[in-house]
Design a protein around this ligand. Structure first.
Ligand code: COA
Length: 323
């Protein structure tokens, strides 16, 4: 009897162009020291002008499929978490489906900003547990650089582009143990891109098309909310803090990550940190971190992982799984 959804392969991709803190010192009034101390970021990767979110998603997806030993014929669900789709429609998931030569299965995008991959995993888990899919491709992919004002130092140092993916398969061995998804739209104005499709001025014209953020308030909310989601997840599974082998957090800011690790009483050696290497890649950050620690051999089969994220909306969530 298949009753679990289990990750059987991961993949990730960063665009070739790397922009260091020193590079940004040449364009805005900032310093490598300020960025490292306040955020933990050293470098971010930026998609080239002709590279899209779907291009990044495709690379990550192919790597995850290869790691899981799956071909196009095996995939029966595609979910792409993104805030920066190639087009208004079709969805990036449909564009990716065509690239991969997958036909007929359900394919759709999820928009939960930085919590997107956690949402997508939670939804894919429910599909698989409910018998609606056997082999899901779940991707988080972003070209966030397109909605960053590169003349505004407060935000431009924080974000980057990238993609991460996982293959989730039906299994009788434990995989995802629980997912916890939340949102509160009341906080819209603390972190948002005002421009949109329906709202005037039109799609992403000028300033309304850039990320606007009240950094201090977002920081405080993120730390408090992630502390609560950790408690909720442990309680729902009857687990102690010490039962978690790895924390795989959203990679926004090292200080937010450290605060969550402290709440879990986890030494930083058990926390996957990649924010230094790519900054905040929104929906791509959790699968980028996961893939990094799987490929370098830190995360081993049978270990218990806590994935968590917080982002615009606000949205927040966690996934507890046996790897
Ligand atoms: N380089 C140098 N100085 C900068 C700067 C930069 N890139 N950005 C801001 N500053 C300055 C500010 O202007 C301010 O100067 P002032 O004291 O003269 O007014 C000073 O640094 C402190 O700014 P503040 O905003 O209080 O810094 P902070 O410690 O809160 O750090 C963030 C700012 C953005 C790094 C932090 O608030 C943060 O990470 N917030 C969460 C953001 C986030 O994760 N968003 C996505 C969630 S998914």
């Amino acid at each position: 009897m298949n009753c679990f959804a289990r990750i059987t392969g991961t993949g990730s991709y960063l665009p070739a162009k790397a922009v260091t803190n020193h590079d940004l010192e040449n364009t805005v009034d900032t310093s490598d020291q300020w960025i490292r101390e306040r955020t933990g970021i050293a470098v971010r990767h930026i998609a080239s002008d002709d590279e899209t979110t779907c291009d990044l998603a495709e690379q990550a997806a192919r790597r995850a499929m290869e790691a899981a030993g799956k071909t196009a014929a095996d995939i029966d669900l595609i979910i792409v978490a993104t805030t920066t789709p190639d087009k208004i429609f079709p969805s990036t998931a449909c564009l990716l489906q065509a690239r991969l030569d997958v036909h007929g299965c359900a394919a759709f995008d999820i928009q939960a900003v930085c919590t997107g991959f956690v949402y997508a995993l939670g939804v894919a888990d429910k599909f698989i547990r409910g018998g609606g899919a056997k082999c899901a491709l779940v991707v988080g992919a972003e070209t966030l650089s397109r909605i960053v004002d590169w003349t505004y130092r407060t935000t431009c140092v924080l974000f980057g582009d990238g993609a991460g993916a996982a293959i989730l398969e039906a299994s009788d061995e434990p995989g995802i143990l629980s997912s916890h998804l939340h949102a509160d739209g009341e906080y819209e104005k603390l972190l948002h891109v005002p421009g949109g499709v329906s709202r005037k001025p039109g799609p992403l014209e000028g300033d309304p098309g850039f990320i606007q953020m009240k950094g201090n308030e977002v920081f405080r909310m993120a730390v408090n909310t992630l502390g609560r989601i950790v408690d909720e997840t442990l309680e729902a599974n009857g687990l102690e803090k010490s039962d978690i082998d790895w924390l795989v957090p959203h990679q926004a800011n090292i200080r937010i990550i450290s605060a969550t690790a402290k709440k879990l009483a986890m030494p930083m050696e058990r926390v996957v940190v990649t924010v230094d290497q790519h900054g905040n890649t929104s929906a791509a950050s959790v699968p980028l971190a996961l893939d990094t620690a799987v490929r370098d051999g830190r995360i081993q089969r049978g270990e218990t992982l806590l994935l968590e994220a917080f982002g615009g909306g606000f949205t927040w969530g966690s996934v507890l799984l046996k790897f």
